[in-house]
Design a binder for this molecule. Structure first.
Ligand code: TRH
Length: 379
């Protein structure tokens, strides 16, 4: 019989929680024939990345996943064979009782945040707390052997290569978003949190000899773009030109289309967790705005990733990437580090593809979860 899975997602803020769990749920159904219920406490956030969601429905099917609104007042439900609490969210107490009341206890996992830090492989798969005899385990995504890997759908890299080889498909896709870049324009996407360093980057892009077309999905960075432009408020569809720089505000698009947007661009600024991984699968130079945490612990995570990501680069290219990413994440001026990166563009471009292929050799996170369940089931 097919295993049943319950994935619990509490939307803390932004779109990463739902972005990751929705991707995982779909993949478990499509590639592993699992029976999946995805419990989400905020369907409006879900709707942003998956517009076909009906926010009024307590229960609906999307891409074979049973999407359930996770209500504040929990109704009795039988527990599944595998229970995933995403990002340490607290399960309803009655559901935990239902887990313990099963004849055979379920596999209970905490799907953690992504980090490149060394300790992750040591903690991945370890037992965590117990509730009435039901053992919980840590499941850590990651970049290195011994971790749970990264979310990557079957055939994703092949699809991406085909798309990137097909100029017309890219132009048609961009056209659908109302984007018509000049033939010689460098296309950049910008998805980021508020960042005081943005103005200095826009200055240098505007003054550049090569034109840039900057695509900005609506969201938190728009205020900084607006301040730099100093004109009337930006809305979806706004198009502004300053010297060599064209800035265009895009609507938030469905997850699959966001991938295509990343695949079209020569450079992607991304943030958080899921877009950060998708930019790596895009195989193009990138810039990560990491989610800020108390006491700057995010900066340790940033450095851990950078040390892996830049390991194979020449000293000059490595210094350029480090300087740019550090400047962006400390909201420091970007002009020098951007100009320096341009000096190393061919090497960095080649390297990002290499990094993507290397990461693509790892088992993907959904497959690793299924394997974890199969191993656990044998004991
Ligand atoms: O939205 P985020 O900042 O989410 C964050 C991070 O996950 C962070 O680690 C977490 O602690 C915090 O939430 C609570 O960034 P992230 O992770 O990239 O998620 C954005 C999602 O939105 C991702 O799945 C891609 C998707 N997306 C679209 O579907 N369409 C779009 O147009 C855009 C710009 C994004």
């Amino acid at each position: 019989m097919k295993a049943s899975w319950d994935i619990f997602c509490s939307v803390v803020d932004n779109y990463g929680d739902i972005g990751v769990t929705w991707r995982l749920a779909r993949q478990l159904v499509a590639e592993h024939q699992c029976v999946v219920r995805l419990w989400v406490d905020d369907l409006r956030a879900f709707e942003k990345i998956c517009p076909q969601i009906d926010v009024e429905l307590a229960r609906q099917y999307q891409d074979g996943v049973e999407v359930r609104h996770w209500p504040a007042a929990w109704q009795a439900e039988a527990a599944a064979d595998v229970v995933i609490a995403a990002f340490a969210c607290q399960l309803p107490h009655a559901y935990m009782d239902a887990m313990a009341d099963r004849e055979r206890a379920p596999l209970w996992l905490n799907l953690d945040y992504l980090s490149a830090e060394d300790w992750v492989s040591g903690c991945h798969g370890l037992p965590s707390v117990k509730f009435r005899g039901v053992q919980k385990y840590f499941f850590f995504p990651g970049f290195q052997a011994g971790t749970g890997g990264l979310l990557r759908e079957a055939g994703l890299l092949e699809q991406r290569h085909d798309f990137q080889r097909n100029r017309q498909a890219q132009l048609d896709f961009l056209q659908g978003l109302g984007v018509s870049p000049a033939a010689d324009a460098r296309l950049i996407s910008l998805f980021a949190y508020e960042n005081a360093g943005l103005a200095s980057w826009l200055d240098v892009l505007a003054a550049d000899a090569q034109p840039t077309h900057l695509l900005v999905p609506e969201g938190r960075i728009l205020g900084d773009v607006q301040r730099w432009l100093g004109a009337e408020p930006l809305t979806v569809g706004s198009l502004r030109v300053r010297q060599a720089l064209t800035i265009q505000v895009l609507p938030f698009v469905r997850q699959e289309d966001y991938d295509r947007l990343l695949w079209c661009c020569a450079f992607n600024a991304v943030r958080g967790e899921d877009s950060f991984v998708r930019a790596q699968w895009a195989g193009r130079p990138m810039l990560w705005h990491i989610y800020r945490q108390d006491e700057d612990i995010h900066l340790d995570k940033l450095e851990a990733f950078l040390s892996l990501y830049t390991r194979a680069l020449s000293p000059g290219a490595k210094a350029a990437v480090l300087a740019l990413w550090r400047a962006w994440n400390t909201e420091a001026p970007m002009a020098d580090s951007w100009k320096n990166l341009l000096q190393h563009w061919p090497e960095v471009t080649k390297h990002t593809e290499q990094w993507c292929l290397e990461q693509g050799l790892q088992a993907d996170l959904a497959a690793a979860l299924v394997q974890f369940y199969l191993n656990w089931n044998q004991h």
